[in-house]
Each structure stands twice: as structure tokens, then as C-alpha cells.
Design a protein around this ligand. Structure first.
Ligand code: UT7
Length: 312
């Protein structure tokens, strides 16, 4: 049984914070942020909107888009490092809100690669015929763990959610190959510190990301028996435009085949890949039978990539 995407949705908070706004808050400049990262603005959730609210909003859209009922969902997986609280999990919270009564539910902690881990976990259940419909959400309210006094990290992140419903699809469609990985020795480069703030050694993460994104893309293509020329869309984790460009160059893809949301949303961690994919789908750019490569990396260190043939 092949596992593919049946429906997709996203949610972005309304509040837009531009680089110019940040100039008023800290010693930074629009010019520095734009040239070093590609970010021009980000969305920040208000105090009364927590991670579960954004997860619910994106999940509802994905379920509607998949044309199924919440009661039919067998499993809910929420990838996040910014849950409302350690437990109950965000997945249990939205299980109640959605009325997904028969669904099992758990959160996945793999930082920015979390959505890739979620999709691959879902694939195992669907492929084995254990479950039919799995809801996967990537969601972060990074603004609540951002150190607004640290310009090295504060300018990078944004809040948001993206979700997909996965289920059985016809032969040749859905997930064709994947790669997941972790390197705990690099945990020291990106973590939540004793004050609950994000700490990052940007240069080390940058070097790792440039190497890993390209490697993982090439590896999933090889595993699927496909060539670079076969790729229709690259959906990279949106952490830094220069890192995304390195992956695109490695795949020798023209600019228009790489999805880009970083300029308007910043780095949404686990939510960035499903948000970017949802925008391409909504714009009607991803078509039946297109080969989509998704690739992410993040704190852990973790990484993951998927080669997926779009369609049911
Ligand atoms: O999603 C998960 C993971 N995160 C990432 O993927 C991030 C990976 N890393 C990066 O994207 C980049 O390393 C950064 C964007 C974080 C930093 O870019 P960089 O080109 O590696 O800059 P840098 O850290 O080498 O800093 C260069 C200079 C420093 O000044 P000095 O020491 O050379 O005088 C920083 O203090 O830029 C300074 N700087 C800033 N200046 C203005 C750092 N942050 C800022 C800022 N505004 N916001």
C-alpha cells in the first residue's frame, strides 16, 4: 500500500513583523537580515494564540481538503518543539478539538526536521495497512522561546502551522523514498537553554545544513531510482535562503522549481515545509504526477528528506 498526501492546510498568524520593525527593537538592520538570511518579515502569534490553536486551524483545513471526517482519522502526529505544555501533547489537545475520537495521538520532537519524521512515521502505519488516515501537523510558536535580546537568533524565526492528511494512494504515487538521520554530537549547536531560550551557533548549523540538505536530496533521488532532471519541485526547510540555494544548486534546478516562503514568514521550524507545500498546492503549481522533493534539518541535530509523487 503506497502512502501519499490526500489533503493539505496551513495557518499563519495575522501579525506581520518586518525587519524595519525589528530595527526599532534591537541593534540590527533590514539590510543585514535580508542579505544574510533572505528574511524580510515574519508572522508572530498573539498572546492568546498558542501552538494548539494554530495546529487546530491548519489541521481543520487539511481534513476538509482531504474530504474526510475527523472521526475517520486513525492517528494524529504533531511535530513541534514549542508545545503548549509538556503534556498533554498538542496532538491530544487537537484530537479533542477536532472530535477525532478514534485517533491515537502523540507529538514528535525532531525540531525543524519534525515534519519529515512525522510523514515517515505515518507512512509505516499506512503501508502496513494498520491505519488508513493519519493527520500530520508541523507547528511552532517559536516567539515564546525567542530571546528578544539576542539579535543572532531573534531575527530568524516566525510562528505558524502546516498540516497534511496522509492515506493510501494508487501505485506509483505518494512516498517513493526517504532518508531520516540524526547526529546527537551536534546537539550543542542548537538547543533550548536554561532560560528556555533558543541558543544557536549559527555558523556550525549553517555548515551542517549546507552539506546535509544537498546530500539528503541526492540520496532520496538515488533510492527512488530517479535523476535530478526528474524533479519538478524542491520544498526545502526555510531556514536561510543561502542554505536553500545550496540545495537547489546541488540538484541543478532552475529558480522557479524551488519553493520559497522565507522572505515573508522567516523560519517556522517544523511548520516550514508543510506551509511551503500548501502554498504551492493552493497556487495550483504542484500538479498530478509531479515529483516533489522535501528536505529538512534542525536541532538534534536531525535531518530528513522525502521523494514524493504528487497525486492520489
Ligand atoms: O532551522 C534551524 C536552524 N537554523 C539555521 O539554519 C541557521 C543557520 N545559520 C545561519 O543561517 C547563519 O549562520 C546566520 C544567519 C544565523 C548568521 O549568518 P552568518 O553569515 O553566519 O553571520 P555570523 O554569525 O558569522 O555573524 C556575522 C556578524 C557578527 O558580527 P562580528 O562578530 O563579525 O562583528 C554578528 O554579531 O553579524 C553580526 N550579527 C548581526 N548583525 C546585525 C549577527 N546577527 C545580527 C543581526 N543584525 N541580527
Amino acid at each position: 500500500m503506497n502512502a501519499g498526501i490526500l489533503g493539505i492546510g496551513r495557518y499563519l498568524p495575522e501579525k506581520v513583523v518586518t525587519n524595519k520593525d525589528l530595527e526599532k527593537m534591537m541593534d540590527t538592520s533590514d539590510e543585514w537580515i535580508k542579505t544574510r538570511t533572505g528574511i524580510e518579515a515574519r508572522r508572530l502569534a498573539s498572546d492568546d494564540v498558542d501552538t494548539s490553536h494554530m495546529a487546530y486551524a491548519a489541521a481543520s483545513k487539511a481534513i476538509e481538503n482531504a474530504n474526510i471526517k475527523a472521526e475517520e482519522i486513525d492517528l494524529i502526529l504533531v511535530a513541534t518543539v514549542t508545545p503548549d505544555q509538556p503534556f498533554p501533547s498538542v496532538s491530544c489537545m487537537i484530537q479533542e478539538q477536532l472530535g477525532a475520537k478514534k485517533a491515537a495521538a502523540m507529538d514528535i520532537s525532531a525540531a525543524c526536521a519534525g515534519f519529515m519524521y512525522g510523514m515517515i512515521t505515518a507512512q509505516q502505519f499506512i503501508q502496513n495497512n494498520a491505519y488508513k488516515y493519519v493527520l500530520i501537523v508541523g507547528v511552532e510558536k517559536l516567539s515564546k522561546i525567542t530571546n528578544w535580546d539576542d539579535r543572532n537568533t531573534a531575527v530568524l524565526f516566525g510562528d505558524g502551522a502546516g498540516a497534511v492528511v496522509m492515506g493510501p494512494v494508487s501505485d506509483g504515487k505518494g512516498i517513493l523514498s526517504f532518508e531520516l538521520g540524526a547526529d546527537g554530537t551536534g546537539g550543542k549547536y542548537l538547543y533550548q537553554d536554561e532560560n528556555d531560550h533558543i541558543y544557536m551557533n549559527g555558523r556550525e548549523v549553517f555548515k551542517f545544513a549546507v552539506r546535509q540538505m544537498g546530500e539528503s536530496c541526492v540520496n532520496v533521488l538515488e533510492k527512488a531510482g530517479l535523476q535530478k532532471e526528474d524533479v519538478d519541485f524542491l520544498i526545502p526547510h526555510q531556514a536561510n535562503y543561502r542554505i536553500m540555494e545550496a540545495a537547489r544548486t546541488r540538484l541543478e534546478l532552475p529558480l522557479e522549481k524551488m519553493s520559497k516562503t522565507i522572505h515573508k514568514y522567516g523560519n517556522n521550524s517544523a511548520a516550514s515545509i508543510p506551509i511551503a507545500l500548501a502554498e504551492e498546492v493552493e497556487a495550483g503549481k504542484v500538479k498530478d504526477n509531479d515529483l516533489v522533493i522535501m528536505v529538512g534539518f534542525g536541532g538534534g541535530l536531525t535531518w530528513g528528506a522525502i521523494a514524493l509523487r504528487w497525486g492520489k
